[in-house]
Design a protein around this ligand. Structure first.
Ligand SMILES: NC(=O)c1ccc[n+]([C@@H]2O[C@H](COP(=O)([O-])OP(=O)(O)OC[C@H]3O[C@@H](n4cnc5c(N)ncnc54)[C@H](O)[C@@H]3O)[C@@H](O)[C@H]2O)c1
Length: 347
């Protein structure tokens, strides 16, 4: 083999719906060593459209694609209740697995997936692109460099329109509790929990309440919570599917003894630093934000991370046990909403 030609990762897309578009865009811009060699979707039109984009042959199920055997890894982008069955099938065939969040809908199911990954000895990663968001990475660096002093508190706000238009037919799987395993917290909310964990460390316990203002969604469309971190710091978490777009949002606020960072991302991509010297605040300089203000780049960066782990044995930015943290936090919040008590996340 020509030593200058770097090996490629042959990847099968399993599920060619909404998020598969972002993964495909990401591969094109940031993961040049990933080659999509099979596209699988039970809906023929979805598979056909992705085949037209990628040039890969379409299949209607993983079995059929495994029979053709032209890939080393799968990228599973399916409704949550199908994650376990398809991940186990892929591990049994000796494939590396990238699995969209959440790992599954229950912790027992996640344990079975982790055991299958261990038995296969292949690379297993849960896709959580917030790990690569430019603002999340830059803020972690600033905190590490002591720019905020000692951390005092933080807050996160996720929300806006519903993930799928209301009134869609057939009823979207996301609005079915059995298929989704929960509501906004374990779905989009996960991307607002990960940065808090990147900045403040591991969450010890949560106190939460949930609501259902969007009647069509069986899972919660409203969540309010306090997270107590292992450090003792307490942060607030709020998530809501309003069913309509909302105005410019303050997404995160991280406060330390020396200053505060506020992330007004949606649309503006602004990250503003406040301290005693700059009470009016100053925007973070662009060179501190890797990939500028483009959170979309994070999809490509996560695929590139997975690719390097498979091809070169490099460690993942966040392994699968770490990536259980968002689901564990969400499930602890659901328990807390029932018991009205603080609930442990990792117990
Ligand atoms: N990281 C993010 O920002 C983000 C955003 C959206 C979705 N997601 C995650 O991606 C996953 C998929 O979500 P989505 O929004 O793309 O859903 P989607 O409904 O848009 O796409 C799912 C696709 O799977 C196909 N499918 C269903 N059952 C199948 C089966 N048995 N075999 C093969 N194909 C099947 C459907 O036809 C559909 O095309 C979920 O885990 C979700 O949480 C992540």
């Amino acid at each position: 083999m020509n030593p200058r030609v770097k090996p490629q990762l042959r990847l099968a897309f399993v599920g060619c719906g909404g998020i598969a578009q972002s993964h495909w865009q990401g591969i094109q811009h940031h993961a040049s060593r990933v080659q999509v060699t099979a596209v699988i979707d039970s809906h023929p039109e979805q598979a056909r459209q992705m085949a037209a984009l990628t040039g890969a042959p379409p299949f209607d199920c993983l079995e059929a694609a495994l029979a053709a055997d032209d890939f080393d890894a799968v990228d599973i982008m399916l409704p949550h209740h199908l994650h376990e069955e398809v991940a186990l099938q892929a591990f049994a065939a000796g494939k590396h697995v990238l699995l969209e969040k959440p790992m599954s809908t229950t912790l027992d199911s996640c344990d079975r997936i982790l055991a299958a990954a261990e038995a296969a000895g292949t690379v297993f990663m849960v896709a959580e692109q917030a790990e690569y968001w430019p603002d999340a990475v830059a803020i972690r660096q600033l905190i590490g460099a002591g720019a905020l002093g000692e951390l005092v508190t933080a807050s996160a706000l996720f929300g806006g329109n519903t993930p799928v238009p209301l009134g869609s037919t057939p009823r979207p799987w996301r609005y079915d509790l059995k298929a989704a395993g929960g509501g906004i917290t374990i779905d989009g909310g996960a991307h607002w929990i990960r940065p808090l964990r990147m900045w403040l460390g591991e969450i010890d316990e949560v106190l939460a309440t949930v609501g259902h203002p969007v009647a069509e969604m069986e899972g919660e469309s409203l969540a309010r919570a306090l997270f107590r971190f292992q450090s003792g710091v307490v942060a607030g978490f709020a998530a809501m599917s309003a069913g309509f777009e909302v105005g410019p949002k303050e997404e995160f606020r991280i406060t330390g003894t020396l200053g505060e960072i506020v992330v007004y991302w949606g649309g503006s991509g602004r990250v503003v630093f406040f301290d005693r010297q700059t009470p009016q605040g100053r925007d973070l300089p662009p060179d501190l934000l890797p990939h500028g203000k483009n959170r979309e780049a994070a999809f490509g960066l996560e695929l590139d991370d997975f690719c390097h782990a498979v091809l070169e044995g490099r460690s993942l930015a966040a392994g699968p046990e770490v990536s259980l943290g968002e689901l564990r936090t969400g499930l602890a919040m659901y328990r807390s909403a029932q018991t009205r008590n603080w609930e442990k996340v990792w117990a």
